[in-house]
Design a protein around this ligand. Structure first.
Ligand code: PAF
Length: 282
């Protein structure tokens, strides 16, 4: 399996492949790969001749130094896993210096308000960091399609907006959330949970599902209050936010409109680890 650590070499390689009429999929990751990532890789493999998987823990999207330091790094395991999946995978694993060339800073984007709510409100600068690295990866690889998980649904919408604003001609494809058997959304961060917390963490998805059953008959405000009270009764999980928002604008739904699509979004702390999830409501 080819592993590149330089932007220039990867770019030369993808240009050569394109000349041979090869289609290219890109799956950006921060490593610590799990079956959620593998489902993105498999989808990309089914739609392209070649798939570039990037593995890079991007410092500019972390608002807390501690979270960046504790982010799991399992490079050798990740490579073994990808080798087992297909020989059509190419890995890009650059250093921080290679990406940021001495100046570890984000660009500033205008995401038309998509970045001002939920994750954007609680993680200052996060989406500028995501935009910076994803734009760089897209420009370096110039893929036909790039794949992102819907667990980070707000991120997915923001990346779509970034591609639109910057006129990047690459298809941005959202892929469904993969879940552990009891419902916890797959995340590299799950590795940091204690065994008991991880076993109990289906509670987050169960709460979203019950919120969904209430949607349509109860007001968004009532559902929010109900979710808050569920969390108050569970000492293992601390609610940071629960929001019902329009899928496209991500603005909180005060009044439900018949012709709009809504999702419930949640962020929770457990064992000091921040977990997010979301569920389509209609
Ligand atoms: O979703 C992630 O893992 C990251 O935000 C991404 C898209 C790889 C950018 O660093």
């Amino acid at each position: 399996m080819k592993i590149f650590d330089r932007k220039k070499d990867l770019n030369t390689f993808t240009l050569q492949q394109r000349k041979k009429d090869c289609t290219i999929g890109l799956v950006p990751t921060m490593g610590a790969l799990h079956s959620g990532h593998i489902s993105l890789v498999k989808k990309a493999l089914s739609e392209n001749d070649l798939v570039v998987v990037s593995i890079f823990v991007n410092p500019t999207q972390f608002d807390k130094k501690d979270d960046l330091e504790k982010y799991p790094r399992t490079f050798e395991k990740d490579i073994d896993l990808l080798r087992q999946v297909s020989d059509k995978i190419v890995v890009f694993a650059p250093t921080v210096d290679e990406i940021y060339e001495g100046k570890v800073a984000s660009e500033s984007y205008e995401f038309e308000g998509l970045d001002k709510v939920m994750e954007g409100e609680f993680r200052s600068g996060h989406f500028d960091g995501v935009g910076t690295i994803v734009e760089l990866l897209l420009r370096t690889v110039a893929p036909d399609r790039a794949y992102f998980g819907e667990k980070d649904f707000q991120q997915l919408q923001i990346i779509r907006k970034m591609a639109e604003i910057k006129h990047l001609p690459y298809a941005i494809i959202g892929c469904p959330i993969e879940r552990e058997p009891h419902g916890l959304a797959m995340s590299s961060r799950n590795e940091r949970l204690s065994k008991t917390t991880r076993e109990q963490a289906g509670f987050i998805h169960n709460t979203l599902q019950t919120a969904k059953t209430k949607f349509g008959t109860e007001s968004a405000l009532n559902i929010k209050d109900w979710v808050a009270s569920e969390f108050q009764g569970n000492p293992l999980f601390e609610l940071e936010y629960f929001e019902i928002a329009d899928e496209h604008t991500l603005t909180p739904a005060l009044k439900i409109q018949d012709n709009q699509k809504y999702r419930a979004f949640i962020a929770v702390y457990a064992d000091g680890v921040r977990l997010i999830d979301n569920l389509r409501l209609n």
